[in-house]
Design a protein around this ligand. Structure first.
Ligand SMILES: C[S@@+](CC[C@H](N)C(=O)[O-])C[C@H]1O[C@@H](n2cnc3c(N)ncnc32)[C@H](O)[C@@H]1O
Length: 304
């Protein structure tokens, strides 16, 4: 076990290779466990792209030196793309939580840091195993919209932050009624009830054709129709110039990530901002951040 000053409020059910298990089940996040163990390396930065690095530092607005001597809690770590950035580019002590079997993917991707300054926990944001108020920085990227009770998720994240500490979250934005008029929200009531394997096999078979259709509409400036093509939004979510093979893999992953989760609730910036404010935080930033070909919706707060 790591010699960390973080105090746990309960004992784990078991510890395996330093992953602390506070639950055996994945509950509603089982598809994420399957997804991240299958597409284990797809989004991890490599020589082809630094997507996770760019997103992490643009969204946090922090420099790597600002993580020195800091304790970071990451909730919903998935395959550990941001855990990996924290390990490679900062010296923070990191505590990464996920409620699915993706904790095994995170362990594989960050094995060299495990037991040094990385701790991985299988636990839910609704029952975090830490005593409150211990972390300098709490980050939660790409998760909030996938939880059943967003207010409770935010409240629980806020409780983990020390006085004067930071919370930084990103999420799918709700930009009015139009947000829900797309293939994604029309088909999800069906696809979220299908087995992960069924959705995956369908897309493995058809992804190349769907990508071709997407680019056809884009070429002729008919992008509006791409809302109704049931694949990920390639132009705004996939890094540029990564080669055909990685592109297809990334689009396949992102598409499965759209259609299989049990919950997908885009959020109004105003709402997330006021949820964080009501937990005694001063809002440092709330809105959209543009970098490379991406736009992220981010709220950052500092605890009083
Ligand atoms: C879309 S993935 C994002 C993973 C990672 N943050 C990233 O951006 O690549 C959402 C992750 O949140 C996790 N998650 C969802 N609900 C959770 C909960 N209640 N507690 C902890 N993790 C949760 C899922 O298991 C999944 O790995």
């Amino acid at each position: 076990m790591i010699k960390s000053k973080i105090v746990l409020k309960k004992k784990p059910l078991k510890i395996y290779k330093n992953i602390h298990f506070f639950q055996d089940d994945d509950y509603y996040t089982d598809t994420f466990g399957l997804q991240w163990n299958e597409f284990i390396k797809t989004q991890i930065d490599n020589i082809n792209h630094s997507n996770s690095y760019d997103r992490f530092f643009n969204e946090t607005g922090l420099k790597n030196t600002q993580f020195r001597n800091k304790k970071v809690l990451e909730v919903g770590s998935g395959a550990g793309r941001f855990t990996n950035v924290l390990m490679k580019h900062t010296s923070a002590e990191v505590h990464s939580v996920d409620s699915s079997d993706s904790v095994f993917a995170n362990l594989k991707n960050n094995i060299e840091y495990n037991k040094k300054r990385l701790n991985i926990y299988k636990a839910t944001v609704y029952d975090l195993p830490f005593e409150e108020g211990q972390f300098d920085i709490v980050i939660c990227f790409g998760v909030i919209q996938h939880t059943p009770n967003v207010k409770k998720t935010i409240d629980n994240l806020c409780k983990q932050v020390k006085p004067s500490g930071l919370i930084i979250v990103d999420f799918y934005p709700y930009n009015g009624f139009w947000t829900l008029i797309s293939a994604k929200y029309i088909l999800r009531p069906i696809t979220k009830r299908l087995r992960y394997e069924t959705v995956k096999s369908f897309y493995k078979k058809h992804i190349k054709k769907l990508i071709k259709i997407y680019y056809f509409f884009e070429k002729y400036k008919l992008n509006i129709f791409n809302r109704f093509i049931p694949i990920a939004d390639i132009s705004n979510t996939i890094p540029k110039n990564i080669g055909k093979e990685l592109l297809e893999e990334m689009v396949l992953l992102d598409t499965i990530d759209i259609y299989t989760p049990k919950y997908d609730q885009p959020q109004k910036v105003k709402k997330i901002k006021s949820m964080i404010e009501s937990n005694n935080f001063n809002i440092l930033f709330a809105g959209k951040i543009n970098y490379l070909n991406f736009t992220s919706t981010v709220v950052r707060g500092k605890k009083y």
